[in-house]
Ligand binder design. Structure first.
Ligand code: 4G4
Length: 260
C-alpha cells in the first residue's frame, strides 16, 4: 500500500524489515530473486539485510566456530563474531524483536504468523553447527521459534520459511482479496480446486462449479473444507469451534460418506 507524504513522495506504509545474522547470506537468494518474495523486495515492501559473523571474526582464519565446554562432539558458533553482528544489527534496526530459530523454539502456526506481521522489525539469528552459547539466548534473544519438530543443518531455511509466509500476508504483496480467503484463516484445510480441462481420463469437475450460483459454490467449498479437515486432521476440527452452519455441513459430509 502506497501513501503520499507531505512533500508528495510515495512511501510504503507496510514496509517490513528483516535483518538476518547468518554465515551463509547467499542461501537467501532463493527468496530474494524469485516469485512473490522477490517482487516484494523489488517493490520495497520488504527490506532484507545481512550481517555475517565471519566479517566480525578477528583471527587470521576468520573462523566462526568454537569448541563446547564440557567436551563432546560438534562445535558451537563462536561468541564474539556472533555477538558483534547482533550488536551491529540491533544498532541499525532499533526496537527490533530478536528471534533465534531452533528446534527448541516455540512451534509456529498460521495464527502466530498473523501476529508476527504486526512486529515490522525482526532480527533473525541463524544458528549453525550445534547451535549458540546459552548466554546469547538468555541476554540477546527475545523469542526462540521453531518451524516444526525436525532438525535442519542451520536456521537459514527456517528463516526463509517464516519470511515467505509473513510476506504473502502483507497488503499489496499477493493478489488476493484478503487473508480471510486463506486455508487456515478459519483453522481448516483448503477445499479442492479445479481448472481446465473439464474431463481428464473420465474424471469430471464437480458440476456445481459450473452452476454460476456463488452462494451454492461457497457452501459446497465450505463443506469440502470441513470434510477434508475431519478426514485428514481431526485434531484441527476438535479445536475449530464450528458455527451452526458448519456443524450441519460437516454432518452432511459424514453421512454422505457412509452412504457411499
Ligand atoms: C539451534 C540449535 C531451526 C539451531 C541447533 C534450526 C531446525 C529448526 C540449529 C541447530 C535448526 C526448526 C544445527 C541442530 C539450526 N533446525 N525446527 N538448525 N542445529 O525450526
Amino acid at each position: 500500500m502506497k501513501k503520499k507524504t507531505k512533500n508528495n513522495q510515495q512511501c510504503n506504509i507496510n514496509l517490513i524489515w528483516f535483518y538476518i545474522i547468518t554465515i551463509f547470506p547467499k542461501m537467501f537468494d532463493a527468496i530474494i530473486h524469485y516469485g512473490v518474495t522477490g517482487r516484494a523486495i523489488q517493490k520495497k515492501i520488504i527490506n532484507i539485510q545481512f550481517f555475517n559473523p565471519r566479517d566480525f571474526s578477528d583471527n587470521k582464519y576468520k573462523s566462526v566456530d568454537d569448541r563446547p565446554y564440557g567436551g563432546g562432539p560438534g562445535m558451537l558458533m563462536s561468541v564474539k563474531p556472533l555477538y558483534l553482528s547482533i550488536k551491529k544489527a540491533k544498532s541499525l534496526l532499533q526496537d527490533a524483536m530478536v528471534v533465534y530459530l531452533s528446534p527448541q523454539g516455540k512451534k509456529l502456526h498460521q495464527k502466530k504468523i498473523l501476529e508476527i506481521i504486526k512486529k515490522k522489525k525482526i532480527i533473525f539469528i541463524c544458528g549453525r553447527y550445534e547451535g549458540i552459547d546459552q548466554r546469547i539466548i538468555d541476554y540477546q534473544v527475545d523469542e526462540e521459534w521453531s518451524i516444526g519438530d525436525y532438525v535442519l543443518t542451520g536456521g537459514e531455511l527456517a528463516a526463509m520459511v517464516i519470511i515467505d509466509s509473513i510476506s504473502r500476508l502483507i497488503p499489496g504483496v499477493i493478489n488476493k482479496k484478503s487473508v480471510e480467503e486463506d486455508s487456515f484463516s478459519h483453522n481448516l484445510l483448503d477445499y479442492p480446486h479445479y481448472t481446465r480441462p473439464k474431463i481428464i481420463k473420465n474424471m469430471h469437475v464437480p458440476k456445481i462449479l459450473f452452476s454460476g450460483d456463488h452462494e451454492k459454490i461457497r457452501i459446497w467449498r465450505l463443506k469440502q473444507a470441513l470434510g477434508k479437515t475431519w478426514e485428514k486432521r481431526p485434531d484441527l476440527i476438535k479445536n475449530a469451534n464450528l458455527k451452526k452452519e458448519e456443524k450441519i455441513l460437516l454432518n452432511a459430509f459424514k453421512k454422505n460418506k457412509k452412504e457411499k
